[in-house]
Design a protein around this ligand. Structure first.
Ligand code: SF4
Length: 453
């Protein structure tokens, strides 16, 4: 195996909420992806059937490069993680599928067969990650309109997305098209359930793992149709199913049907406890999510994990959430938020960032679950390295953007950073390197209103 080799391009695909197909969910679209069509555009299921992407010239060239030990631009996330001494999705995928998996020998033979056929893979997907549209009930601060219909309609947040330095929202690019792509109906790709199921799940005998996200998957009719299809065609018994969910929605019918699957994992996006949680995942309620955690824990066929996204607003509180997880025996995997940079751990006073890192180290040294879950330790290691990396942008610039964004959203949502994240707020007030202001940009101040924070 070469040092750049990754098994995913032979077994897996990621389809994002706007229909864009990529190597995996970690593959970066910046600065110039290599999985493009002959006109240099990223493939989108609105325009092209999945089968045409799977063995396209670009896909076959990527397979060739990975076998030859060459780097692929999309995979910079993995190269970064490996450079800071952590594991990476690439290493984890290779270990999971080509070493530990019961079908490892078959998958290795598939790669050899494909090489003899000009890197064409005749088998269908073994592992599918699909996010059919952006239907979501929440407007989390760190998310965007591409993954949340709530945020796509949130005038203040959407304006920040368009003018605050974020890439133009891919979903809106698709939504403003008049031709409907390859579909005469003009409806978005994910509303064509029959075509989608045929293209992505047409060879269910090969399928081993399905990952469903959104948007919020428990809130999504296409997700329900995919689950129903896998149960009805009998594939469920050899499929490991996972959901990435905010766990604020309870879909009794869908959850009831999950017992048919070989295994079921719920990855719950819970970043903090109580008021900090509600601040980040607006307008979710902490009591509701705790109730759903308890209901899931009572189902013997469901494995639950917490997947906090670590950012400036929750970094100091992280140990409290992890203590909660360990008390109820629920493992967790920590993800660093890199974008938007003004919400990352670098947009917090240096003293607060170091305190957050020290607390995490202290907690991990005493973690009861660490010895049972290697990925948990690995994710903490990468997070600690990220926390202590130099900032990717000048500190004052990051804080200025965080300041204005926060004031706008707080005013619009009737929330307060000071009340929801009091420790971080104290550090900000004492920060010698940045002076917080009450200015707003896109949220007009109501007459006679108090300053935002
Ligand atoms: S190397 Fe990393 S980014 Fe590239 S396909 Fe594999 S897991 Fe995804």
């Amino acid at each position: 195996m070469t040092h750049t080799f990754c098994v995913y391009p032979w077994i897996h695909s990621h389809v994002g909420p706007s229909g864009l197909v990529s190597l995996c969910c970690f593959a970066s679209a910046e600065p110039r992806p290599e999985l493009v069509d002959e006109r240099g555009r990223r493939p989108n299921l609105q325009d092209v059937a999945f089968g045409e992407v799977w063995n396209s010239d670009a896909m076959r060239e990527i397979r060739r490069k990975l076998l030859a030990g060459e780097r692929v631009r999309e995979c910079s996330h993995c190269y970064h993680k490996e450079a800071v001494g952590g594991s990476s999705p690439r290493k984890q995928a290779n270990g999971e599928w080509l070493v530990q998996h019961p079908r490892a020998a078959e998958l290795r033979a598939r790669i050899e067969r494909a090489e003899a056929r000009g890197h064409r893979v005749e088998e269908g997907l073994t592992y599918l990650d699909v996010r059919p549209g952006n239907a979501c009930n929440l407007g989390c601060r760190m998310c965007g309109g591409m993954a949340s219909s709530f945020l796509a309609k949130d005038a203040v947040h959407a304006t920040w997305e368009l003018h605050g330095g974020a890439p133009v929202d891919e979903l809106r690019v698709v939504a403003t098209r008049r031709d409907g792509g390859r579909f005469a109906s003009g409806k978005p790709w994910h509303r064509h359930e029959a075509e989608l199921i045929e293209e992505l799940l047409g060879r269910p005998e090969n399928l081993d793992k399905v990952y469903l996200a959104g948007g919020e998957p428990l809130f999504n009719g296409t997700v329900a149709a995919i689950v129903e299809h896998l149960v009805d065609c009998g594939a469920a018994r050899h499929v490991d199913l996972s959901f990435s969910t905010n766990l604020t929605v309870w879909n009794e019918e869908l959850i009831g049907s999950l017992e048919a699957f070989r295994s079921v994992v719920f990855l719950a996006s819970i970043d903090a406890e109580g008021a900090t949680y509600e601040y980040l995942r607006y307008p979710a309620g902490w009591d509701t999510v705790v109730d759903h955690v308890e209901r899931l824990r009572a189902l013997p066929f469901v494995h639950l994990e917490l997947t906090p996204t670590v950012q400036n607003a929750n970094a100091l509180d992280l140990a409290r959430l992890l203590r909660f997880a360990e008390l109820i025996d629920v493992p967790y995997s920590l993800a660093t938020l890199y974008e938007p940079t003004h919400l990352s751990v670098h947009a917090m006073p240096a003293a607060a960032r170091e305190e957050a890192a020290t607390r995490l180290e202290w907690f991990m040294a005493r973690s009861r679950l660490a010895e049972h879950y290697e990925y948990l330790v690995d994710s903490a290691k990468v997070l600690l390295a990220d926390m202590r990396q130099p900032s990717p942008a000048p500190y004052r610039e990051l804080m200025r953007t965080f300041n204005l964004f926060t004031n706008d959203l707080d005013a619009d949502r009737g929330q307060s950073l000071a009340a929801s994240c009091p420790e971080l707020w104290q550090y900000i007030r004492e920060d010698p390197d940045y002076t917080w202001t009450d200015e707003r940009v896109y949220a007009p101040r109501a007459q006679g209103a108090e300053p935002a924070a």
